[in-house]
Ligand binder design. Structure first.
Ligand SMILES: [Zn+2]
Length: 91
């Protein structure tokens, strides 16, 4: 009789441990997903704006064309700027 109760206790302990493990797993999964979402939104948010040195238009960094420390809205403006140079007077 005592042996059956012992087995029952072991069985219940295993079930309890299984439920706890499942809950912990779900919790961790939820936390991970939340963190992932936060990281994603953080990545999206800081969109650095830069200014084209040729036409002074503002545009997001990912759409801009870079030349050393200078930014341009397109390849055309970059080559225009590099051809004319920064100190050439406008006519
Ligand atoms: Zn431009």
């Amino acid at each position: 009789m005592g042996f059956i109760i012992f087995r029952l206790i072991i069985f219940l302990a295993l079930v309890w441990a299984g439920i706890r493990l499942l809950r912990t797993y779900k919790q961790k999964k939820l936390e991970f997903e939340e963190r992932h979402e936060k990281e994603n939104s953080l990545k999206k948010k800081p969109q650095q704006m830069v200014q084209c040195r040729f036409c002074n238009i503002h545009l997001p960094e990912k759409d801009a064309v870079r030349h050393e420390k200078l930014w341009f809205c397109c390849h055309e403006h970059r080559s225009h700027f590099l051809d004319q140079g920064p100190d050439k007077p406008e006519w």
